[in-house]
Design a protein around this ligand. Sequence first.
Ligand code: ZN
Length: 186
Amino acid sequence: MSQAPTTVFLDRDGTIIRDVGYLSRPEDVELLAGAARAITRLNDAGIPVIVITNQSGIGRGSFTVDDYLLTQRRLDDLLHDSGAMIDATYFCPDHPSFTGPCSCRKPGIALFERAVAEHALDMSAPSYIGDRWRDVQPFHQLGGTPVLISGPTTPPEDVECARDEKVTIVASLADAIDVLLGPDQL
Ligand SMILES: [Zn+2]
């Protein structure tokens, strides 16, 4: 096993919670199996957990920033109840077709760079975990270890990209953390 990650960047929808498509209601926030425990393992290891999420539903007018913030708060509450904590969350509100191109929408790295600056993150061995290729693609520019979750809403071409670049592919966030930290001893 390689060195434990110094910082972990997580996607939200389809990675920590069920991807329902343009999630806008707090009552629809549903933790995926093992996700809270996986985050607790990172917390216990002293590894900063940063969530970076594309929320293009805001840009296309499906829901508001306030709607989004309520779902973010609901997630924080659910994790708190399970003893897990996200150190910081960043979101891109833009939709390329409605609000034009931006540098913060993944695979853009603007939000990653902002997180690094605002939280003095150790980028000697970062890791990126998500259910889309664009979630893990920042490793091209920022270095570190990508892990792709192949979930029910992961496009086949995203899995192909991961295969082509010999990126580890797993079934869940819990499995991704097993790869990065070793099997759960609990
Ligand atoms: Zn953006």
